[in-house]
Design a protein. Structure first.
Length: 213
């Protein structure tokens, strides 16, 4: 039991001097305060909601061998390749195989890759802007979260929509990889995949005179 002794103390009065009144010892029992402290700690532990880590869904290459006749073919008109390079630069081009357009260079700013992604998604998907409409309805409580997610996935899965291939060379930083995934989320592009960079892409980067070396 924890006590506080607040007695006056002092030595006994000397002989021949007037005796003073004896002070009584005051004891304060601190045990209830300790119990209260543990009760408060227990209360906050049980009522506080723990923060949940947010995981980002990433589509990565699958090493499983798939027969050529079962491979998913991407139309050249749908494909967009994003190459992450050094100096916080992005090289991008449209098309696949021999139907590749002239590569362009941009950055991670709102007027850079974000604007390009939004423009291209709208061009290929007429209902792309409806995602923002459903999102506002969900935030205002007009529709449920389940209905919002269902409509968003339906629009993102449009068969003729934009398909993005993300590749990175050894000069790109981890921050660049995180930034481009954030742009996929911001621009509501759900059809993207992270694939290995091809030798032809590396040559395209090395021979581009407009890139910062």
């Amino acid at each position: 039991m924890a006590d506080i002794d607040s007695s006056g103390g002092g030595s006994s009065p000397k002989k021949g001097k007037k005796k003073r009144g004896k002070k009584l010892s005051t004891r304060v029992d601190m045990t209830p305060m300790v119990d209260l402290g543990f009760l408060l700690i227990t209360f906050f532990m049980l009522t506080t909601s723990m923060s949940k880590p947010q995981a980002m869904e990433i589509n990565v290459p699958d090493n499983t061998k798939i027969p050529e006749n079962q491979e998913t073919k991407i139309k050249a008109s749908q494909a967009m390749t994003i190459l992450l390079t050094g100096k916080d630069q992005i090289v991008y081009y449209f098309g696949v195989g021999e139907e590749v357009q002239e590569p362009q260079i941009t950055d991670y700013s709102a007027g850079g890759i974000r604007k390009i992604l939004l423009d291209e998604a709208r061009k290929r998907n007429p209902s792309f802007d409806s995602i923002a409409v459903y999102e506002n309805q969900f935030k205002s409580g007009k529709i449920s979260e389940e209905l919002y997610k269902a409509n968003r996935l339906r629009i993102q899965g449009y068969k003729n929509g934009l398909i993005i291939l993300i590749k990175a060379d050894d000069k790109a930083r981890y921050k660049n990889f995180v930034d481009i995934l954030d742009e996929m989320l911001i621009t509501n592009n759900g059809r993207y995949a992270i694939v290995d960079i091809a030798p032809s892409d590396l040559k395209m980067i090395e021979t581009n005179p407009y890139l910062k070396k």
